[in-house]
Design a protein around this ligand. Structure first.
Ligand code: SAM
Length: 358
């Protein structure tokens, strides 16, 4: 009996299990992580080709099943089964390849978990529901273009491998599936920015992807976050922070007018958040100052709420945000139209001004 709550749709076509493993181009020295081995249809093929397979399985019945399947064979000593939820694990174990007929509930968090690994695997061959797979390869301007699409194509290359009909599973799922091959950028090819920073910026702009970036950065909570992080940055760099009220001269300089804080209305008139971008609430991201010596002091500053939105430091932050948006020429663009180079350019310009997002 298969448990739908665990996303258990077992592959019954051996040709597909073979193809998934083949497309990882495994070497005999490779360590493979398989998420959700189930009864082991993909696992046994990977075991035949790799040095070791670490199979992470949430359902203990399935863990027992896959262990039993190789018991007494030479493959048994190459298999390690870890019982648990891969998303709740502190990290995916280091590996050369990641393989999964992915339980649909964890599609997005699994990808984010892999992309944020400092040393990600060389390759991931993953099966997803078709609609989700389309989001991975969506381009700017495409309705499915999202924070997920940008991250995948920024930190990796992603290719569609094959379509898999629902009749290949037991029980058949409601929708069709696709297999994709993701190759994370490694070593010096990996972009030289913190994952949490790039993703932190994308969270802001894709929460309101139909709004202009200037509109997105006019939202009170976003400005408050920029201010909190800016104060942390100031603490770490011995820059004085002026919490006193801004005087009339500051207001007269037009700082206030540059960023209209009340202007939080979606251009499509729908209001609220864009529904397709809530795929991502999985974990507390570390902050950009975590490795620095003054981290404790900085964290204290980060916790302090911005008590006075009209303070001089609040005005400074708003002016910096306005300067970055004008300087990059991106203020009037919408996230759905921007490509990954636009986002990187924007992030680096914010960093120049001491504004961070994690
Ligand atoms: N690999 C097998 C196959 O292709 O026949 C089974 C794939 S089935 C779609 C997904 C498997 O992932 C199930 O065995 C399920 O129990 C397991 N699973 C579900 N959520 C999980 C999680 N959060 N962490 C690890 N395994 C999970």
């Amino acid at each position: 009996r298969f448990d739908k709550d665990f996303g258990q749709h077992i592959l019954k076509n051996p040709g597909i299990s073979d193809a998934i493993v083949d497309k990882a181009y495994l070497k005999p020295t490779d360590v493979v992580v398989e998420v959700g081995p189930g009864t082991g249809n993909i696992t046994v093929r990977a075991l035949e080709k790799a040095k070791k397979v670490i199979a992470i399985e949430l359902d203990p019945r399935m863990g027992a099943e896959v262990t039993k399947r190789v018991q007494g064979t030479p493959l048994a000593k190459k298999l390690e089964v870890i019982l648990g939820d891969v998303i709740k694990m502190p990290a995916i174990p280091p590996c050369d390849a990641l393989i999964s007929n992915t339980p649909y509930q964890i599609s997005s968090p699994l990808i984010f978990k892999m992309l944020s690994m400092p040393n990600p695997p060389r390759v991931a061959v993953l099966m997803f529901q078709r609609e989700f797979a389309k989001r991975l390869v969506a381009k700017p301007g495409d309705p499915l273009y999202s924070r997920l699409s940008v991250n995948v194509n920024f930190w990796a290359t992603c290719k569609h491998i094959m379509k898999v009909g629902k009749q290949n599973f037991k029980p058949p799922p409601k929708v069709e599936s696709d297999v994709v091959r993701i190759e994370p950028l490694l070593g010096s090819a990996r972009p030289n920015v913190a994952f949490e920073e790039f993703d932190g910026l994308l969270r802001i702009v894709f929460n309101r992807k139909n709004k202009t970036l200037r509109g997105g950065f006019s939202v009170k909570e976003v400005l408050a976050m920029c201010e909190r992080n800016y104060k942390v940055y100031c603490t770490l760099h011995n820059i004085p922070v002026d919490e006193s009220m801004a005087d009339d001269a500051t207001a007269a300089a037009g700082v206030d007018d540059m960023m209209d804080v009340e202007m939080d209305v979606d251009d499509d008139g729908a209001g609220g958040m864009d529904e397709d971008d809530n795929d991502d609430e999985e974990e507390d991201m570390p902050t950009f100052f975590k490795d620095l010596k003054d981290a404790d002091a900085a964290k204290e500053v980060a916790k302090t709420p911005s008590r006075n939105p009209k303070s001089k430091v609040a005005m400074v932050v708003r002016a910096k945000v306005a300067k970055v948006l004008a300087g990059t020429g991106l203020g009037e663009k919408r996230a759905r139209q921007c490509d990954q180079n636009d986002f990187l350019r924007l992030l680096l310009a914010f960093h120049e001004e001491g504004i961070h997002f994690s």
